[in-house]
Design a protein around this ligand. Sequence first.
Ligand SMILES: Cc1ncc(COP(=O)(O)O)c(C=O)c1O
Length: 474
Amino acid sequence: MVDPKYLSKEEINRLIKNPLNEEEIIICRKNHLLTNAREHIIVGSPEPGSIYFKTQDGREILDCTSQAWVLNLGHNNPDISYAVSLQCEQVTHSWSYMLTPIRIRLCNKLAEILPGQLKGGRISVNNSGGGWALECAMRLAMINNKKGEQFIVFRRGYHGSNLIMMGASQRLPMRFPGRGRELWVRTFYPYCYHCPWHYKGGLGGERDKSCNLECLQMVREKIEMFPTGTPIGCIIEPIQGPGGMIPAPVEFLSGLKEICQNNKILLIYDEAQTGFGRTGKMFATEWYNSKYNVDISPDIMTLTKGAGAGVPIGITVAKSKLRQLTEFEEHSTFSSPPLGMAACLVNIEILQKNKIPENAEKQGNKISSFIKDLSEEIPEIGDVRGPGLFIGVEFVQDPETREPNNDLLEKMVHVGWDNGIFFGEQMQIMSTAGYFIQNTLKIKPPLIINDEETEKICELFEKSLKDSIKSLEK
Ligand SMILES: Cc1ncc(COP(=O)(O)O)c(C=O)c1O
């Protein structure tokens, strides 16, 4: 590491590394703009690359959220830290239109590993994440498809909280209605466990074998009834994350691709959460392609979160046939972020060399089957969905009615924390009857977990669930 020039190492340590004192914390609580800054303070991890984090009050918590599904290689991964400090010695920032060695290497690498028709495609990066990557995808769709005005989006989808993407997302509470609302037309997502056409066999993210894909017919009809002619694009998470960990059946995705192709609509996959190994393959698109032997790859795809293994980066990729974006159509001050790009390139190398996606598949299967077995004994476990370490456990009041059990989810997250494990929650959805639904627990630890850590997750899941049910019965 280089030696500092203007400050001493001690001065810099004092600002960054020295332990916090109580007074600093009290002052910050007053200064903080966000109300949801939680009571707990994360101060580090027991060791570099750990799946645990340490809190200010001295606890070590097993992280099943990877901090917003980002730290796929664990907290403070040492290879990523090394890559970033090395990159700091090369280029830390440049104009967005300048090429740098790291940008060239990352673009080439991504183009090489992209799935299906995206292989050999074009890449744009940013340092703001998924929302910006999607806006870039929308601009790209707009310049390539000049006749339409709107985008198709799906029920329970989430695509970011910047003012435009908020309209595409079904996040509540919606405090900012109206902005860009005219851009979106929303239709059904194939949520088979709660199929509105009452097919009951849609478990574990698979469709009921007798279903006639009425939800796909809805998409066709929506397009025919489009107020402004054909839509420009269709944005979908192939496996919904925030909305409840819901894989779309492959038949829906291949049908959707066909509808888009037939109607000249650009198909955009949001793989913010599913990219970079979480499903057991590098991308969810690849997972479907290889499991079902069909190519469901889209025209455009967006990525973020696990991409930089903890260093910010958002990525938009497009098949090479599309017209490229000019500087005026896509740029921001930081849209050539060397640190994020260095982290992403090294991340890809680690994932490939160490077969980390395969590990995610193996450990994820163990956790999912453990929970499925437990569901024989615990009727509140309604559905268990994968794939890989993209696990959702939907809690219900009764497995017959499948009525959501919000209380159990809330309790489980609190009890889990007390037991030393941090579980994630789906985002809140407003039901048509006007109440909130939030009943799917997320288990998405770093992808590097080993056998022992997997067993620990299973053990703590069972204990926390049983403790939660007992405490709700009181
Ligand atoms: C599926 C999905 N798309 C888009 C986004 C938005 O990404 P960002 O918060 O980086 O803008 C998220 C973030 O949670 C996401 O989960």
